[in-house]
Ligand binder design. Structure first.
Ligand code: FES
Length: 82
């Protein structure tokens, strides 16, 4: 099981964490990875200036945006777009 955790603290929220969660949710369904990928939200990770902060299996990714969330998913989780 892979884990994706998106920061929804106020700093990341204003940078689009809600949209990022929606994009990731859609990709998980599209790729039929519901049983393999767990999506969670977390509070501030103290990297607000580098947000949005996303953890994938313990690895930290900063500067995630609704524009590059798709690419991050493809690179880390995979799926048809690989
Ligand atoms: S709000 Fe996301 S790191 Fe602070």
């Amino acid at each position: 099981m892979k884990n994706i955790t998106v920061c929804i603290g106020s700093g990341c929220h204003v940078k689009g964490s809600r949209q990022i969660i929606e994009i990731l949710q859609r990709l998980i369904v599209e790729e039929q990875l519901e049983t393999e990928v767990e999506l969670e939200a977390c509070f501030c990770r103290n990297k607000c200036t580098e947000g949005v902060v996303v953890h994938i299996d313990g690895q930290v990714f900063t500067g995630v945006s609704p524009e590059n969330a798709d690419e991050l998913f493809r690179e880390t989780i995979g799926g048809k777009g690989r």
